[in-house]
Structures are given as structure tokens and as C-alpha cells.
Design a protein around this ligand. Structure first.
Ligand code: WTA
Length: 659
């Protein structure tokens, strides 16, 4: 990762071409500035105008922002609408009925297309089906599905009925699934028999069975199963139903249930610095407004585009930029089931060529691994493919290092496509700091400038603005419509985590460190808390530690992140066993066992890359584990800090050695 000094002196600036600016939705810096000025001048008026122009309301709102119970902000709260109506019916009415909504590219390359008319009908049938089972507004569902048209149908059908969904990434374990079913109070689970990735099938329904066997899921009345592979699955008569049977005989027309603007559209669990993952609760109207607007602003989306976001619907990117945003603006999008390296490292490039993709949105970790792969297998180098259809390329999830940025810009974007490096979070609902492709000059590695209406700033620990170049905490000083509303079932934690008293209680604390250069460009420096970012996935060190100490052999564990060329950060765990420290051969065995254990407790993405065993952990005399020092030894560096406050300084040498 780049150091602060090197990025702040970045001199390369890539301006959009005159041709791009001319056709852009936000054409040039003056147009961007005009929007920012409008928001400065009349904050509520700005948002009210956009909300009226962008969404269709069944009951128009008269109040824009209610700050009376800050930080529990409400937006457009006396208005009513339906999210699925805005994503589907609106497109039938405005001439997009026969436009392709989704090009589904399956793992093996088979393609299925659905038009807006067909998608509307599928959502209508499925929504009618679950309605017939008794599910209604206010209920919660868990969606544990592979990348598929059916996952989008499930999410949209819930939105149509006012059922709050909580999507659980298919890579999470049965245990993680069970915890989310219980926490959100789900009465319905929608899943698939199996998922297919990289030529392999991975069971999903069996994980649901396992979650149920752990107990606590008794409130779930039905498990609806999409048949993806036809693999054998256990079946509980009465409770379990095939998705196609639920849809059978149902009408295509399902009256959308109009909900209040603040009605929770979904809860999505994400990692924090303490305890269990938290359920980030999003509202309906404000969220959809921002999903639609950012599609147009950040991606410069036009009716003729073929848009592709490679994220999974299990993450927020797959919510905002697959399940909701593209449909809300009537886009044609590619939904991809597979992995970037199957059947070979050219899969992304081949898929872009095959479908004439014009806007491509992926994660730095995928870019970095494909740089390596392109070098290793020249036959699948991007230059072997025709990528001339592309016009905007994007990045999300973690800082993109300038080298990877340049490779992406030149090899994928052909030196022609603006790279939109979008900074945002599960909590923000949509893009916050990002270039606008027809306006912003780009600097490799910087997410550049806040979107209009987003009052981002960098402050010190007292909440005071820092000077340019000083660095500090990234905050957002005013609320915005797509913001997190609360943590499901834990409003106190919401306040403490995001609106700390130290910062005055009305300033959103993002949890990232950042800096600004003399042009005012933002540079994200990574998390300031105990959250790791591994391949763009958020993981709490505490979560991994709790998983490790749940193993019968483990007495104590401390987990830290270490910079990693490929995954951004890697998990390193320091473990004290209940028995004597193992010798090297045995340690390898135990480490393997513990890695698999973590995969079972949380999911394979949380597996520590390295585990080191010690007789103890470095602790202060009051018993506090010194993670700061562990971060140093995890990198293989020697400790130069003062260790005189340590109870047991000698332990550092023992833990400094990798297996
Ligand atoms: C990081 C993903 C640098 C950041 C949408 C943030 C980024 C966390 C960027 C949120 C970016 C995301 N540049 N860092 N463009 N985008 N991050 O909730 O640390 O999975 O706080 O949302 O990812 O991760 P989350």
C-alpha cells in the first residue's frame, strides 16, 4: 500500500476527453460544482427536487428531512412508495417493457435473458406465491442464494410486499446463517439447492438444514428453494417448498404494497470492531433515490449501456448496484454466476466482449489477481480480447493501489475510459466519494471528491477539521437519504458506533482514516478500527478471535491484519493453546484444523492466512493484549517501540517466527 507522502504528491492527472464530457450526464466540473452549490445553498430543497424527479410516489412527501431525533434521521417520511414498482412497473410504463433487464451469464457460459416485462411477471408470480403463504409487510426474510435471476426476483418480490429482506452471502457458514436468522427474526428463508462456481457445486440448502439443527430458528415457517442444480437435498414436508411450485398458478400481476418512505427495505449484516456482525438497516425511499441517482452520476448510465457489476448480491454492492440501482434506471445489466478465473483468467474480458459491456464495475482484489494471471497466461491477457465497447470502468471495496489503477486504466480501459474509484460502505447505501466520469480529473489511487450533497470532511479526535495534508478521521457532517437508519435491534450501538459524543453526536464517523491533498482530493488510508478488509470483504478481528477461542484446544487468540499484495490485507492469528506449544510439524496440523474451524464458524473468507502459536500473548501488566505490537511482528518486522510496559517482552521473539 502507498504511504501517505507518496500519494499526496501524485502528479498524474487524467482528464475526461472532450467527447466524453459532451455526452455526460454531469458534463464537466462546472456542472458538478453547480450541483454542489445547490446542495450548499438549499440542502433540503436539493434533495426534495431530486426525490421528486427521480422516484414515483404513491403519496407525495411534504417533509424532506426530520432531524428532531438525531442521529435517527428521517427522509421524506410522510411520503409513500413501493421500491419494486419503481424498479419494474415504471419501466413497463415508459417504453422499456421489451428491453433486456438481465443478461444472466452462468458459470458454464450459458446465457439467459429476461426483459423488464418478463422480470415484472416473475416477480409478480413469486410475490403472489409468498403472499398466499401468509407473508406480509413487516415480516423479515432471509435470502441465502447464489448469483441468479432468482435472487433478484426474491429481493424484488420481498420489496413488492414490504417484507424486509436480509441477504446472507452464499459463502457464509451455517453458523453465520443461523445467527442472522435469529437476530433479524426471520419467518421465511429463500435459498437454492446448490450453487455453482468455477465448475464446482457448493451446497446451500444443506447449510440451511445445519443452521436449523443448531436451534433458535423455530420462527421460520417456510424454506423456499430455487432448484439450481437438481442436487439431492433433505426435505421437510410442509415447511420446504420449491420456488417454481410457489410461483405455479399465480398471476403475473401483484399489487405493490405502498410503504412509508422510512419502511426498512433491508437489513444487511456487516462486521464492526466489536462483537457480532451488526444488522445495518436501510430505508426504502432514500436508499432507492441514491441507488438510481448514483447509477446516472457515477456510471454516466445511458439507455443504450450494457452494465456489469461483478459483486455478489450478498454484499451491499450487489444490493445497490445489481438488485436495485440498475433496475430503477431501466438499465440492461449482466448478472454473473461464476468466478473471474474459470474456465480461465480471461473470463471477465471474454464476457465483456461477448455482451458488448460498456460499464464495468469490479474490486481491486480481482484486478490485482488478474494482473498476475495475465502475466502467467498470455493467452488470456486482456489484449487478446476486444474491449472497445467499454466506456466507464469502476472500482469498489478497498483502496486501489496506483500500480493496479494504471494497469486497469491502460489494459482494460484502453487509456480511454475514466476509472471511477468509488468510496462507500454498507452503511452509506451508495457511492459517497467518487469521480464523476465526465467531470473529475482522475488521480490513480484517489477516490477524488464527494458527490453533490455529501458533506464529507476529515477531522481530528475532537471533531475539528484538519488542514489539508494532515490526515484524520473521515466523517460526513450532514445526513444523506441513503444513510443507515439504525442497527437492527440495537439503536444504542448505532449511536455509539457512528455518531460518537466526542464528535458532537451529529457527525457520521465512517471508521476510515483519510487524507486530502492540496486539490482537496480524498485519499483513503484504511480502517481506523479493528475491522480488516480482506479481498474487499469486511471482517472484524474480534469475530475471528471469538471463532478461534470457541475451538476446544484454544485458550487465547489475537488476530491482526497484515498488508498483502493480492488480498489487500491478510488475517494473521496468534494462538495460545490449552496444552503446551506444539513443535513445528504438529503446529502445521493444528493450524490446518483451526483454519477449517474458522471456515465453519464464519465462512472460508475469514480463514487466517497464517497462524502462529505462542506460550502467551504480549500483554501489558494490566492484561491488555498489545495488538499494535502483534501487527509489527505479523509483518515480519522487528519491534522498535518501547516494550517496557509489557509483562512478558520475550514473547515477541517467539511470535516473530513464522511456521
Ligand atoms: C473500504 C463496500 C478505499 C473502506 C462498498 C470502507 C474503500 C469499507 C473503498 C466498506 C474505496 C470501500 N477506496 N477504501 N474505493 N470502497 N472501501 O461495507 O475501508 O463492505 O470503510 O462496503 O471498505 O466496506 P463495505
Amino acid at each position: 500500500m502507498s504511504t501517505i507522502d507518496s500519494v499526496l504528491t501524485e502528479t498524474r492527472v487524467f482528464q475526461p476527453s472532450a467527447d466524453f464530457v459532451k455526452q455526460a450526464n454531469v458534463p464537466g466540473m462546472a456542472a458538478y460544482q453547480a450541483l454542489c452549490d445547490e446542495a450548499e445553498r438549499d440542502f433540503e430543497g436539493f434533495w426534495a427536487r431530486l426525490a421528486r424527479e427521480t422516484l414515483q410516489w404513491s403519496k407525495p412527501f411534504t417533509r424532506t428531512l426530520d432531524e428532531s431525533n438525531a442521529p435517527f434521521y428521517k427522509w421524506f417520511d410522510d411520503g409513500e412508495l413501493n421500491v419494486s414498482y419503481n424498479c419494474l412497473d415504471v419501466n413497463l410504463a415508459n417504453g422499456n417493457a421489451d428491453k433486456v433487464a438481465i443478461i444472466f451469464e452462468s458459470d458454464d457460459g450459458t446465457v439467459t435473458r429476461v426483459t423488464y416485462r418478463e422480470l415484472h411477471a416473475r416477480v409478480g408470480r413469486f410475490a403472489n406465491g409468498i403472499k398466499a403463504l401468509g407473508y406480509k409487510k413487516g415480516d423479515r426474510s432471509i435470502i441465502y442464494m447464489p448469483m441468479s435471476i432468482e435472487a433478484v426476483v426474491a429481493m424484488q418480490a420481498c420489496a413488492r410486499l414490504g417484507i424486509t429482506h436480509s441477504v446472507v452471502f452464499g459463502g457464509f457458514s451455517a453458523k453465520s446463517l443461523q445467527e442472522r436468522i435469529i437476530d433479524v427474526g426471520a419467518t421465511l428463508v429463500i435459498t437454492a439447492d446448490e450453487q455453482v462456481r468455477g465448475g464446482k457445486t457448493i451446497p446451500l440448502k444443506p447449510a440451511v438444514e445445519e443452521a436449523f439443527a443448531m436451534g433458535g430458528c423455530e420462527a421460520v415457517r417456510n424454506v423456499v428453494v430455487y432448484r439450481r442444480t437438481g442436487g439431492k437435498v433433505a426435505w421437510t414436508e410442509g415447511r420446504d417448498l420449491w420456488m417454481h411450485d410457489v410461483e405455479k398458478g399465480q398471476s403475473d400481476q401483484c399489487e405493490p404494497v405502498q410503504v412509508e418512505a422510512e419502511h426498512p427495505l433491508f437489513v444487511l449484516y456487516t462486521s464492526g470492531s466489536t462483537g457480532k456482525p451488526k444488522g445495518v438497516q436501510h430505508a426504502s425511499a432514500g436508499y432507492l433515490l441514491w441507488a438510481a441517482l448514483t447509477m446516472k452520476w457515477t456510471f454516466d448510465l445511458k439507455p443504450s449501456d450494457v452494465y456489469w457489476c461483478t459483486a455478489d448480491v450478498g454484499w451491499v454492492t450487489g444490493h445497490t448496484y445489481i438488485a436495485y440501482g440498475p433496475l430503477a434506471v431501466g438499465a440492461t445489466q449482466i448478472v454473473f454466476e461464476g468466478v473471474p478465473t474459470y474456465p480461465n483468467a480471461g473470463r471477465f474480458w471474454e464476457t465483456i466482449q461477448k455482451h458488448g459491456c460498456t460499464i464495468f464495475y469490479t474490486a481491486p482484489t480481482a484486478i490485482r489477481s488478474l494482473i498476475k494471471a495475465a502475466e502467467a497466461s498470455p493467452d488470456h491477457h486482456p489484449k487478446k480480447y476486444d474491449l472497445s465497447s467499454l466506456r466507464v470502468i469502476g472500482s469498489v471495496g478497498e483502496p486501489i493501489n496506483p500500480e493496479a489503477w494504471m494497469w486497469y486504466y491502460n489494459n482494460i480501459g484502453g487509456g480511454r475510459c475514466p476509472v471511477v474509484d468509488t468510496w462507500w460502505q454498507t452503511e452509506t447505501g451508495g457511492h459517497m466519494i467518487t469521480p464523476l466520469p465526465g467531470a473529475t480529473g482522475l488521480k490513480p489511487g484517489s477516490c477524488t471528491l464527494p458527490l453533490p450533497g455529501i458533506m464529507a470532511a476529515i477531522v481530528d479526535e475532537t471533531g475539528e477539521d484538519v488542514e489539508l495534508g494532515k490526515g484524520g478521521f473521515l466523517v460526513v457532517k450532514r445526513p444523506w437519504p441513503a444513510m443507515i437508519r439504525t442497527i437492527w435491534g440495537d439503536p444504542e450501538r448505532f449511536k455509539k458506533s457512528y455518531y460518537p459524543e466526542e464528535l458532537g453526536g451529529t457527525c457520521y464517523l465512517a471508521g476510515d482514516g483519510a487524507n486530502r491533498d492540496t486539490d482537496g482530493y480524498f485519499w483513503i488510508m484504511g480502517r481506523i478500527d479493528d475491522v480488516l478488509n480482506v479481498s474487499g470483504h469486511r471482517l472484524g478481528t474480534m469475530e475471528v478471535e471469538s471463532a478461534l477461542v470457541a475451538h476446544p484446544m484454544v485458550a487465547e487468540a489475537a488476530v491482526v491484519g497484515r498488508p498483502d499484495d493480492l488480498t489487500g490485507e491478510a488475517v494473521v492469528a496468534f494462538v495460545v493453546l490449552k496444552r503446551a506449544r506444539p513443535d513445528d510439524a504438529e503446529a502445521m496440523e493444528i493450524a490446518k484444523e483451526l483454519r477449517n474451524w474458522v471456515a465453519k464458524e464464519i465462512g472460508p473468507i475469514a480463514k487466517p492466512k497464517e497462524i502462529r502459536f505462542g506460550d502467551n500473548l504480549p500483554k501489558t501488566r494490566s492484561g491488555k493484549i498489545m495488538r499494535r505490537l502483534l501487527r509489527v511482528v505479523a509483518k515480519g518486522e522487528s519491534v522498535t517501540q518501547d516494550v517496557s510496559t509489557l509483562e512478558n517482552p520475550a514473547i515477541l521473539e517467539q511470535l516473530g517466527k513464522a511456521l
